[in-house]
Design a protein around this ligand. Structure first.
Ligand SMILES: Cc1ncc(COP(=O)(O)O)c(C=O)c1O
Length: 342
């Protein structure tokens, strides 16, 4: 049964596997101090147009978020996130377990607005409450939507006004930056955020997230935080090699563009069939809202995540495409889906 459950269902891009094999018997120093990591850092600095950026490699998204957020905050500080935000719902309370509250705003489209941020700050005026200090957003969001440049600029401005850090979770940044509606670049992110990470796990890497820290105030001792959070890999070069491959040419963008193209082909089918979506997603995650009997029939043909009960008769499902999704599987899904809704 073909799976549209995730963009990490497969191993890795063949180019990455080849690089792993080619470098297998090399002896390097550990903990990310090897020349592959150094080269990957240089490539990322070039791609974002910021030779001054600190770049660190971590294994996964939860680890990246926890390490960064705990490093950037003081004990009484809190993070602001959309109620759908990954740190708010899908990280086992990792941020709260470190002592920092996650303050959420209701956001059906997965995005935080400046009004959300201002309202949460207003609601926390003094030392009897936690102090909001960091705005957490992801691009793409939990429901596949993306931020526009204007929206990100507005968030930057409100963060500057209120003295907040702006941190962007880029687990699916490749998909966000290569989708049709996108008007942001890596350079923009490097200008507008205090820190962000570039995800490889969901874009063709075996695993790995590149944390980019732009604000000098947030750079100090970050490697200590990685180590204390269990993230400093002895065989750190495994991460460097992957990012070297992704950023030597345009592999990072090519892989994500394929995932988007496959998802948007599915979207075309849902549009033709008049299927409503949880939110308009131009990226590689789609959330169609389907009648319950249709979900049951589809489940017999394909693997996917049942997302949420929308009402008594409808359920939303999540379909995710990846760098590896074959177009034939998308075509087969479309054919089967159209036959079921006839
Ligand atoms: C936006 C976002 N951030 C972070 C993560 C967490 O990644 P991991 O499962 O590698 O901890 C995910 C995983 O789905 C995600 O979608």
């Amino acid at each position: 049964m073909y799976s549209f459950r995730n963009d990490y269902s497969e191993g890795c891009l063949p180019e990455i596997m080849e690089a792993m094999v080619k470098t297998n018997l090399e002896q390097t120093v550990g903990y990310g101090m090897d020349y592959h990591c150094e080269n990957a850092v240089a490539l990322i600095r070039k791609a974002i147009g910021r030779p001054d950026a600190d770049v660190h490699f971590l294994v996964g998204g939860t680890q990246a978020n926890r390490t960064a957020i705990t490093a950037f905050l003081r004990p009484h500080h809190a993070a602001i996130a959309a109620d759908t935000g990954h740190i708010a719902v899908h990280e086992t309370g990792a941020i709260e377990a470190s002592g920092h509250k996650v303050l959420t705003a209701i956001s059906p489209n997965g995005k935080l607005t400046t009004a959300d941020v201002e309202r949460i700050v207003e609601l926390h005026p003094d030392e009897h409450m936690v102090k909001p200090k960091l705005v957490y957003i992801s691009d793409s969001t939990e429901v596949g939507t993306i931020y526009t440049k204007k929206e990100l600029e507005a968030l930057r401005a409100v963060c500057d006004k209120l003295g907040l850090w702006l941190y962007l979770d880029g687990a699916r940044l490749g998909s966000a930056l290569t989708c049709k509606e996108n008007d942001l670049t890596l350079e923009d992110l490097a200008k507008l955020t205090d820190a962000f990470y570039i995800g490889a796990t969901k874009n063709g890497g075996i695993m790995g997230e590149a944390m980019v820290i732009l604000n000098p105030q947030l750079k100090e001792d970050f490697r200590y935080h990685i180590k204390q959070n269990g993230g400093l890999l002895a065989k750190g070069r495994m991460l460097g090699i992957q990012f070297e491959e992704l950023f030597t040419g345009d592999l990072f963008f090519k892989a994500a563009a394929h995932a988007n193209a496959m998802a948007q082909k599915l979207q075309g089918c849902f549009d033709r069939c008049g299927i409503p979506m949880v939110a308009p997603s131009p990226t590689n995650q789609l959330f169609p809202i389907l009648p319950n009997p249709l979900v049951e029939k589809l489940e017999k043909l394909y693997d996917f995540q049942v997302w949420a009960k929308e009402d008594d008769t409808h359920t939303s499902i999540r379909l995710v495409t990846s760098w590896a999704t074959p177009e034939e599987q998308v075509d087969a899904f479309i054919k089967d889906f159209e036959a079921l809704v006839k």
